[in-house]
Structures are given as structure tokens and as C-alpha cells.
Design a protein around this ligand. Structure first.
Ligand code: ADP
Ligand code: MG
Length: 616
């Protein structure tokens, strides 16, 4: 049955049922944006508190338990650094081990209890993982969109960098779920940027595109091929610590030198940093910048700016060269170059890119909005409003298994198309070997210990044969959703096993549901666990010194004292094994109370002895 709906404002009748709106989200390191399709064209949704489309990806936990996201949170970065979380995207799908190198630059607390688990961030008494924090940003974007559009938003497309691995993509998807959103698809940022420029929407045109993305803290270059409306990422390269912030830093350093050193206090440092960013932005449009800072005039000309930042721009070009080599393409076949990220507004960046690629890059759209606009177009495609297009992904890292000596044997190399399958043959190393352990790893290093373990399984029941005779085929298959399955088969006997390898960082539906509810309880629990471990460690030290004390002061203590001390040490040891934090602590106090007069006595005697020693 056909449905009609009447627009009460203008009295027109829609004979088509109103299509559900799907929005596109660019969940960025420094800014996040949301866009939708209005009358067939992508349009940005504004930040509810300003006319800005950019929402800073910053979360502040206020005193009154309120969670503030965006511009209002940004202003808290200096005031309350421990309660203000930024750059959360850098932590997505990462273990503590992965981020050891850069956790220092983050002003908030990262917990390092378990090196192999997802990192956690501590804010006051509570603990959050990056998925929950990203969910808070997504929730804010959802609220903004619902306010502006006056309708519920439930379905989204979210973009991620092309180099994001399975764990990072899964984490992004989970963040969406946690924010109450149905994530219809995760798409690559460069793919979204191409869509925003309507590249690849015409099926008869093949394209080879370079997407140059210089954001706030990261640089990515991706080479894409579009054939028959199919997008394929040929290669990616870049630097996760090279972006607009480094341009600000160059100015900051220059001015600090002129001022005779870095400013003394935190707020002056922050002010100078903000002035540096202001100068950078203004020099994108004018030739001179000047400002007042602590009663002095600071100036910077465009040519000075270009001199001090040339090394940064050169570094991006080096990455472009590498990406082209990896993509195995002919340089002159590149049909389009796209500029993405706020920092591509810098004229010197535009010039360098134009010179290197020998063509003018697309910069007609707002460079910080292109990704979100493209995500909205993808959402529109999924909503069935555009002719269908396929998006093909690549594996960002090599996949393989462990072989003798802890070596990585690659089965599916990085940058392979997805879906894909590949197999290799192996054999046994011991006579009569009945089982073979297959350990699956992801990464580019030769030793598996440097790569990431995805899982392992055992092929059982290989019939007895001399070493080297069994023919064991190991097959890797990645489906369109990026899920890896591994099959091992002994070809002489047809014994086989197949497993689905799930990322160890993935979160199940049930876990997800529990997570929100448990986050507060867990925070308490985590604190308690930590407290218990601390008490246990302290008690172990007490036991150790107690035992030493007994040994060293045999002659000073009487039989009863020795027996009681020993008994108390044993009791403390059993509390360390199975007592609570409070039990351990109160017993430690009891022990100290009992032993301190003994210790005093021992000290007196020992001092007397040593004095005696001296007088000889
Ligand atoms: P991300 O993708 O990392 O979230 P964006 O694409 O939003 O980042 O880019 C943010 C960066 O762009 C910041 O470093 C900002 O200073 C810079 N930027 C914004 N406008 C300009 C401009 N006019 N000139 C130079 N840099 C700019
Ligand atoms: Mg970006």
C-alpha cells in the first residue's frame, strides 16, 4: 500500500515515504564533523554552541560529573589538564605497549596495568577506555545533528584513516554502538574525500587519485584507484606525528628565542602557542603578522614562516614518494590530487604539492570538511538514494604465521585487496609429529615477537609420518568485512581445521552492553584492585625486612619475642595471599606496633656496639 504524508507548512504532499536519514561522521584527531544530504547535496551540521562546523575532539570531565565535549572542553586544556582528554583517536585499538613512546605528550593519566590489553585513561576516580571516550564525542555530534535537523539520528557512516588496522576499525565501530548509533559502514578518509569531489561517481571514468591529508597532528598520503565505480586503496603512507601543531611549534620556537627563552608560566606558554597558531592561519591569507605579547611586539613575515617550516613540508613530500613506490604506479598516471585537512590551507603546502605532482590539486571545498561531506555521500549511497557503488579495501598490515625460530612467514602481504585468499605449504620438523600449532600474526617485522598476535589454533591428528613428509596447507581468507579465517589441512590424510580469527581487541555485543553499565562499578573495582596490589607489595617488603631483622638480632630478642614476631610474619604472609586490602593494612599496623619497641632496643644496642667498635 502506498503511503502519503502531508507537509503541514506548505501543504504539499509527499507521495514517497520519508527516507530515513543517514549521516556521515569524520571522527578526527583534533576535530570531528558531521554532515548529511540535503536536497541531494552534502551539507555540514553546525556545532550547537557556535556557527562552527568543527567540533574539537576534546572531552572535559567537570567537577559536577558533567561531561563537556567540544569548544567548551578545549578551554579547559590549560586549567584542568588531568580532566581534559584530547587526541583520543591516537589511542583507538591500541595496547599500552603500542603507545609507550608518546604517552608523555598527553596531559592526562594512562593506566599501564596490563601491557597487552586496551589502554585505559584515569580521570579522578574513574577509568575510561578510548572506545567510551570516542563514544562521548559521537554522542555530542548526534545531539548536535538532532537539534539542527529536528529528527532522530540512528544510522551513521564513520570515516577512519586508510591505514587503520582491524583493531582500530573495530574500536571505532564499537564507539558508534556505545553512542547508540548503528554504524552502517566504516570507510576510509581518502575514499570519502574523493566522493566529496564526486570522483568515481561516473562509472565510465577511471581515476588514479592522490589524497594529501595534513591535519592538526597527523599526515596521511593515500593513492586510490577507481575503476567501474570500485574504489581501491593502492597504498598509504604518512607520519602520525606530523601536522599543523608542528607548524605552530616552529613559530613558537622562533619567538621564544627572540624573547630570550620559553615563557615562564603555563598560561603564558599557552598564550604564545595560541598566538603562533593565529599567526600561521593569518599568513595563509596575508604577508605579515604582528601581535602583542607581554608588552612586546612579535612579528612574522610569510617568507620567514616559509623558511622555518620548509623541512616539515619536505617530510610530507618524502612520504608521497614512498606511497607512489608502494602503489606500483606510474607517476604521470595520477589523474587527480585532493587536498584534505586544515593545514593544506597553507600556500607553501599547496605549492609544494602542485610542484611535486606536477598538477593543481583540488582545493575548492573546505579542506577540513571534505571527509565528512564524502561520508554523507556514502551514507546517501547506502540509503539507496544513489546508484550503487562498491568500496574495496586493502589489508593495512601483512598477515602470516610463526615458523621455526620465531620467524614471521607472510601469507597475505600488506596492501592486498580485500576480499582475498592465499595459501602456503608447510611440513613437520619431528618424526611422527601428530599436532601442529598455527599461530597467526599481523605486522611487518621479521620476528613474530615484534608483530601483533591475532590468535592461534592446533591442527590435530596428523597420521604418523617421518619429519618433512606431511604436506600441510595453510590457507588465509579475508572476507569483505575484513574478517580473517585460517584453514590448516594435511593433504596426504585430509585432516583439517578451520578457525575464524577475531581481533583480540574486539568487543562482543554482550561486553558492549555491560560496558556502559559497569563503567562506574568497574572504576571503583579497579581502584580497589590497585589498592590491594599496593598493600600486598608493601606487606611483602615488611615481611622481608622483618625476617632480616629476626636473623640479625637473634641475640637481642628473647624466646617469646622471637616466636611472636615469627608468628605475626606468618600471619601477614597468609593475609598477603588471601586477605583484603584493609586486613593487610591493619595487620601491618599491628605488626609495626609490636615490633617497633623491639626495633628501638635493637637500634640502641647496635649503636652502642658500633660506638664500642670505634673506641677500640
Ligand atoms: P584533524 O584531521 O587532525 O582533526 P583538521 O583537518 O581539522 O585536523 O586540521 C586542523 C589543523 O588545521 C590545525 O593545526 C589548524 O591550525 C590548521 N588550520 C586551520 N586553518 C588554517 C589556516 N587558515 N592556515 C593554516 N592552518 C590552518
Ligand atoms: Mg582529518
Amino acid at each position: 500500500m502506498a503511503k502519503f504524508s502531508i507537509n503541514l507548512k506548505d501543504g504539499t504532499i509527499d507521495n514517497e515515504q520519508k527516507k530515513e536519514l543517514i549521516v556521515g561522521i569524520d571522527l578526527g584527531t583534533t576535530h570531528s564533523l558531521i554532515a548529511y544530504i540535503k536536497d541531494g547535496n552534502p551539507e555540514m551540521i553546525k556545532n550547537h554552541s557556535s556557527s562552527d562546523t568543527l567540533v574539537p575532539s576534546i572531552i572535559h570531565f567537570a567537577q559536577n560529573d558533567q561531561i563537556v565535549v567540544g569548544n567548551d572542553a578545549k578551554s579547559k586544556l590549560i586549567e584542568a589538564p588531568e580532566q581534559t582528554i584530547f587526541s583520543i583517536k591516537r589511542l583507538m585499538g591500541k595496547s599500552y605497549h603500542d603507545i609507550e613512546d608518546f604517552k608523555k605528550v598527553l596531559g592526562y593519566k594512562i593506566i599501564d596495568e596490563d601491557e597487552d590489553k586496551l589502554v585505559k585513561i584515569q580521570v579522578d576516580q574513574k577509568f575510561y577506555n578510548p572506545i567510551e571516550l570516542s563514544a562521548m564525542i559521537l554522542s555530542q555530534l548526534k545531539v548536535n545533528a538532532e537539534k539542527e535537523l529536528g529528527q532522530n539520528i540512528n544510522k551513521v557512516v564513520i570515516t577512519v584513516p586508510a591505514y587503520f588496522n582491524d583493531a582500530q576499525r573495530q574500536a571505532t565501530r564499537d564507539a558508534g554502538k556505545l553512542a547508540g548509533l548503528e554504524v552502517l559502514r566504516i570507510i576510509n578518509e581518502p575514499t570519502a574525500a574523493s566522493l566529496a569531489y564526486e570522483l568515481g561517481t561516473d562509472r565510465n571514468q577511471d581515476k588514479l587519485i592522490a589524497v594529501y591529508d595534513l591535519g592538526g597532528g597527523t599526515f596521511d598520503i593515500s593513492i586510490l584507484r577507481i575503476e567501474n565505480g570500485i574504489f581501491e586503496v593502492l597504498s598509504t603512507n604518512g607520519d602520525t606525528f606530523l601536522g599543523g601543531d608542528d607548524f605552530d611549534k616552529s613559530i613558537f620556537d622562533k619567538w621564544s628565542k627572540e624573547l630570550g627563552g620559553v615563557p615562564k608560566n603555563k598560561s603564558a606558554i599557552q598564550e604564545l602557542r595560541l598566538k603562533s597558531e593565529e599567526a600561521k592561519k593569518e599568513l595563509s591569507f596575508s604577508d605579515e603578522f604582528s601581535c602583542q605579547f607581554l608588552g612586546k611586539t612579535l612579528t612574522l613575515s610569510k617568507s620567514e614562516f616559509e623558511t622555518i617550516t620548509a623541512p616539515l613540508i619536505n617530510r610530507t613530500i618524502t612520504h608521497c614518494k614512498k606511497a607512489i613506490i608502494d602503489a606500483e604506479i606510474t607517476f604521470s598516471d595520477i589523474t587527480d590530487v585532493i587536498m584534505v585537512g586544515g593545514s593544506t590551507r597553507i600556500p607553501a603546502v599547496k605549492n609544494a604539492v602542485k610542484t611535486f605532482f606536477n598538477q593543481k590539486a583540488h582545493d575548492e571545498l573546505n579542506p577540513d570538511e571534505v571527509v565528512a561531506l564524502g561520508a554523507a555521500i556514502q551514507a546517501d549511497i547506502l540509503a539507496g538514494n544513489r546508484k550503487d557503488m562498491l568500496l574495496l579495501d586493502i589489508t593495512p598490515l601483512s598477515l602470516g604465521i610463526e615458523t621455526m625460530g620465531g620467524l614471521m612467514d607472510v601469507i597475505i602481504p600488506r596492501n592486498s585487496k580485500v576480499p582475498s585468499a592465499a595459501a602456503r605449504n608447510y611440513t613437520t620438523s619431528v618424526d611422527g609429529q601428530a599436532n601442529l600449532r598455527v599461530s597467526v600474526f599481523q605486522g611487518e617485522r621479521d620476528l613474530i615477537s615484534d608483530n601483533r598476535k591475532l590468535g592461534e589454533f592446533i591442527l590435530n591428528g596428523i597420521p604418523p609420518m617421518p619429519a618433512g613428509i606431511p604436506k600441510i596447507e595453510i590457507q588465509f581468507m579475508i572476507d569483505a568485512d575484513g574478517i580473517l579465517r585460517v584453514k590448516a589441512k594435511e593433504n596426504r590424510s585430509n585432516v583439517e581445521t578451520e578457525v575464524e580469527i577475531k581481533s583480540q581487541y574486539g568487543i562482543s555485543e554482550e561486553d558492549m552492553a555491560l560496558m556502559l553499565k559497569d563503567s562506574i562499578i568497574n572504576a571503583k573495582d579497579d581502584m580497589q584492585k590497585r589498592g590491594l596490589i599496593e598493600a600486598q607489595t608493601e606487606a611483602k617488603n615488611v615481611i622481608h625486612s622483618g625476617q632480616k631483622f629476626l636473623k640479625q638480632n637473634e641475640s637481642i630478642l628473647n624466646i617469646e619475642e622471637k616466636a611472636t614476631t615469627l608468628k605475626m610474619l606468618n600471619r601477614l604472609q597468609s593475609l598477603v595471599n588471601q586477605g583484603t586490602k584493609d586486613q593487610i593494612q591493619s595487620y601491618m599496623e599491628e605488626f609495626n606496633e609490636y615490633t617497633s619497641p623491639l626495633a628501638h632496643r635493637a637500634m640502641d644496642v647496635n649503636i652502642g656496639e658500633s660506638l664500642k667498635g670505634k673506641s677500640i
